[in-house]
Design a protein around this ligand. Structure first.
Ligand code: HEC
Length: 113
């Protein structure tokens, strides 16, 4: 009985330690995102706002969105798979973005800045 309590306690401690290590590295990653805006993102700010939170009412908020979702959306505009609504606006804008640009932009706008 005592033995299993001690085992439970040490497993719990290990989880807490692993968790706090994870949270620390996430916090560092967030700090890095805040600072460095990818050059390719500068052409997005006029519509999507300087930090991805637009003043224009008919433009989607990118700030805090899932980076993978943003990446997929940009690729879908690029391939012409995403149509309808105001998609035509985006087709033109993202057509020359490289893979690296897309990843950098999605990471910077998405997540928590
Ligand atoms: C001229 C204004 C304009 C510019 C510049 C612009 N966008 Fe957009 N963006 C829009 C509009 C309008 C939509 C909504 C399109 C639709 O209806 O599908 C949109 C949609 C998006 C979406 C989809 C969001 C979602 O929630 O599904 C992403 C991602 C996006 N833009 C990224 C970018 C990136 C990255 C850039 C810069 C390379 C950029 N946009 C530049 C106007 C703009």
């Amino acid at each position: 009985m005592m033995r299993s309590l001690i085992q439970t306690a040490s497993v719990t401690a290990a989880i807490v330690i692993a968790w706090s290590a994870l949270s620390t590295s996430e916090a560092l990653a967030d700090d890095t995102q805040k600072g460095a805006m990818p050059t390719a993102a500068s052409q997005c700010l006029s519509c999507h706002g300087t930090n991805g939170n637009p003043a224009l009412k008919d433009v989607p908020i990118l700030l805090g969105q899932q980076p993978l979702y943003l990446e997929n959306a940009i690729r879908a505009y690029q391939d012409g798979r995403r149509t309808g609504g105001q998609a035509l606006v985006m087709h033109e804008i993202v057509k020359d973005l490289s893979d690296a640009d897309i990843k950098a932009i999605a990471t910077w706008f998405g997540g928590t800045q």
